[in-house]
Structures are given as structure tokens and as C-alpha cells.
Design a protein around this ligand. Structure first.
Ligand SMILES: *Cc1c(COP(=O)(O)O)cnc(C)c1O
Length: 219
């Protein structure tokens, strides 16, 4: 199967999961995760109509996306990997949505770069939903206060929460907790679900799913 065939199959599965969850058709946005794949592998997927893509490294994205964006001006690029403050300027210049805001220092750096570059991005706060030591994200208990600081102190346009559940646990309860936290924090969007569990995530209210290997193949 080509990436274009895979894309069509994933879109069908998303539609089916939307119906099953009694959600409106088109409710769930597909973020095609193209990390590690080169521009030539990505282009057919763009030509097939996909416009929203996710990358997890700023430098890698800088190497392949400016040329594609020149060709396809209506692309939307999401940063879904950890961000260091010394990369904040580059990230703000390249991405439209940053899904990995998880600490004060990075929130401040992003706010200052947005002002400096006169750029308006959307942001998600990443939650370490399984409270795993090695994983990025703010802890669930600190999420509400952190979202408030991002909005009120740093004036970031926080639209939602993002999470990556522990690999060795059933994802459902983690997705449910993210939804509850989003409701408490007063944000609407939920970025949750990857190749292995996006249909489950849609059942728990995901508004966007980040699917990589099921479209582009194994990395
Ligand atoms: C790589 C990645 C994905 C996509 O994972 P697949 O299992 O390949 O679908 C989604 N979200 C994040 C944060 C990632 O780093």
C-alpha cells in the first residue's frame, strides 16, 4: 500500500469512528505525522489533499518544509515534539501550531518570539497524562494553573491539550482524563490518538489525531 492509499484508509476509519461516537462528520482533524520522511515521500500525500502535518523536530522540519510550503501555501504545520527555548525563534517562524507547551520557560520564550516576529500561533499544553518520569508534559494536577498562566500571563492562544498515553497501558482512561482536564481548563481541543489508538481516542472526544506510521509506513 502506498502512503496515498493508507491516507484514504485512515480517513475512512476516522469517518467510521466519528459515526460510531455519534459525532459530526469532519469533527476530527487528521494531523499526518511525517517525521523522518523526506519531502519526496510527503509530496504525494499533499497532492492527495492532506494539508495538516506534524513534525517532532524543529531542525528536521526546517530542512524540508519551507520548499513544500512555497509550493503549497495552504499547508498547516504542527510541532508535536519537545521544544528547547533556544529553538523557540525557529519554531515560531516555521510552525502554525505548537502542541508541546509544558513549562513556564518555554511559554515565556514562545510569547516573546510571537511578539517579536508578529506571528499568531495556536498552542496546546502537553500533559504527561500517565505521569511517566521520562515523558515530557505538565503533570495532570498542575495543568489547570499552567493553562491559566499561559493564557493570562503569557497571552498565548491556548486552544487545547495534547497527550501521549503510556505505551503499556490501555489508553482509554488517559484519554478520558485529558478530556476532563480540558473541560476544567476551559479549552476545546483535544490532540490525542496515534496510529495504534486513534479510533479509541475519537470515542473519547479527540478533536485531532496524530497519525504517522499508519500513513507513511514504519520508521
Ligand atoms: C511520532 C508521533 C506520532 C505518530 O505516531 P505513529 O504511531 O507513527 O502514528 C504522534 N504523536 C507524537 C507526539 C509523535 O512523536
Amino acid at each position: 500500500m502506498s502512503a496515498v492509499d493508507n491516507l484514504a484508509a485512515i480517513k475512512q476509519k476516522i469517518s467510521r469512528a466519528e459515526r460510531k461516537a455519534e459525532r459530526e462528520a469532519g469533527d476530527v482533524e487528521l494531523v499526518a505525522v511525517s517525521k523522518t520522511f523526506e519531502a519526496e515521500a510527503i509530496r504525494p500525500v499533499i497532492e492527495a489533499g492532506q494539508r495538516v502535518f506534524g513534525e517532532n523536530r524543529v531542525q528536521e522540519a526546517q530542512a524540508k518544509w519551507p520548499a513544500l510550503r512555497a509550493e503549497f501555501p495552504d499547508l498547516e504545520l504542527h510541532l508535536i515534539g519537545p521544544l528547547q527555548s533556544n529553538k523557540a525563534a525557529d519554531a515560531v517562524a516555521l510552525f502554525d501550531v505548537i502542541e508541546t507547551v509544558d513549562r513556564e520557560k518555554i511559554a515565556a520564550a514562545l510569547a516573546s518570539e510571537c511578539a517579536k516576529q508578529n506571528r499568531q500561533l495556536q498552542f496546546y499544553v502537553q500533559v504527561n497524562i500517565g505521569e511517566e518520569e521520562q515523558k515530557a508534559g505538565i503533570s495532570p494536577i498542575e495543568t489547570l494553573a499552567f493553562v491559566e498562566r499561559c493564557r493570562d500571563v503569557h497571552k498565548l492562544d491556548v486552544v487545547g491539550l495534547m497527550c501521549i498515553p503510556p505505551v503499556d497501558e490501555a489508553p482509554g482512561p488517559h484519554f478520558a482524563l485529558l478530556r476532563k482536564l480540558a473541560r476544567e481548563a476551559g479549552v476545546e481541543k483535544l490532540s490525542m490518538g496515534m496510529s495504534a489508538d486513534f479510533e479509541i481516542a475519537i470515542g473519547f472526544g479527540a478533536t485531532s489525531v496524530r497519525v504517522g506510521s499508519a500513513i507513511f509506513g514504519t520508521r
